[in-house]
Ligand binder design. Structure first.
Ligand SMILES: Nc1ncnc2c1ncn2[C@@H]1O[C@H](COP(=O)(O)OP(=O)(O)OP(=O)(O)O)[C@@H](O)[C@H]1O
Length: 269
């Protein structure tokens, strides 16, 4: 996926500008930043749901547009109504690109095979026939990953896919996404508030703060100097047993919000 000279403004407020970002096939890029910095809007541009104010956005060589089967999308986790009768297999089926396989008998059989395959890939076969509302957050999220993979995308856009998952499920879901990009050369853009659960997987970080941004390898961007420049206040990045801990005081703490990453998790194994 490729953004060139990209600017997104709402009225006189510019979320970001002069943004050049090329994510190569198989590359894993994390997007970080405080609330309101424009992370979800960036995904919406690539999904063709929002137009850039200026610049260009391309996916696999064509301009970003809605309904592009090259794009898989894992939306922010929303709690599913317990009474919803939709089952996992049906949710995943919605991700299969109907046009590609047609709806004849062979098309339907092929479609069923694709759905069963991706459900198997994410380890969801045991619960894919249960109503979604009866499943745990981790189980639902595995099925959402399967739905995003069902269309065999070359690009995967993930909006905080680890939110409200426990540590074991955070690892499981991150590993599924990491495995996908390694086995299928899928480019991954992963919006998150917490770098640590994915730190070992990430190739580059795009860090957005109040119209400013930095792009680079995690340890180039996640430094006291770079984050202090971005937040325009003193921020310290400490490395504790392989984890990055972002610490600010006073106003800096407010500005960091949940992007502070100052929760303590068990180490990645
Ligand atoms: N269609 C729109 N019209 C006007 N303002 C908008 C529109 N869409 C988003 N915004 C504003 O743009 C800002 C960035 O929103 P966005 O959801 O991209 O931020 P974010 O970085 O994903 O935040 P969060 O971490 O809270 O999810 C917000 O202040 C939001 O209110």
């Amino acid at each position: 996926m490729s953004l060139a000279g990209a600017r997104l403004s709402f009225g006189d407020r510019t979320l970001w500008e002069n943004l050049d970002l090329d994510v190569a096939p198989g590359e894993f890029v994390a997007v970080l930043g405080p609330n309101g910095s424009g992370k979800t809007s960036l995904l919406k541009v690539l999904l063709g749901q929002l137009g850039l104010t200026s610049g260009t956005a391309h996916i696999a060589g064509t301009a970003a547009r809605a309904g592009n089967s090259d794009v898989g999308y894992i939306p922010q986790q929303k709690s599913i109504d317990e009474g919803l009768p939709l089952r996992g297999v049906e949710l995943v089926g919605l991700g299969v690109d109907g046009h590609r396989w047609g709806l004849g008998i062979r098309g339907l059989a092929r479609r069923r095979r694709i759905v069963a395959d991706v459900i198997e890939q994410v380890g969801a076969s045991a619960f894919a026939n249960a109503p979604l509302g009866s499943l745990s957050g981790g189980e639902q999220q595995r099925l959402r990953v399967a739905q995003a993979l069902a269309g065999d995308p070359s690009v995967l856009l993930c909006d905080e896919p680890l939110l409200s998952l426990d540590l074991a499920n955070q690892r499981l879901v991150s590993k599924l996404i990491d495995r996908r990009r390694r086995t299928h050369n899928t480019a991954v853009l992963f919006v998150t508030h917490e770098i640590n659960p994915i730190l070992p997987l990430v190739d580059r970080v795009l860090y957005l703060v109040d119209g400013q941004f930095r792009i680079g390898r995690p340890r180039e961007v996640m430094t006291s100097k770079v984050l202090s420049d971005l937040y325009k206040t003193e921020v310290d990045v400490l490395e504790v047993r392989g984890r990055l801990v972002v610490v600010g005081t006073g106003d800096a703490m407010d500005a960091l919000g949940t992007a502070g990453g100052h929760h303590v998790h068990e180490e990645w194994r």
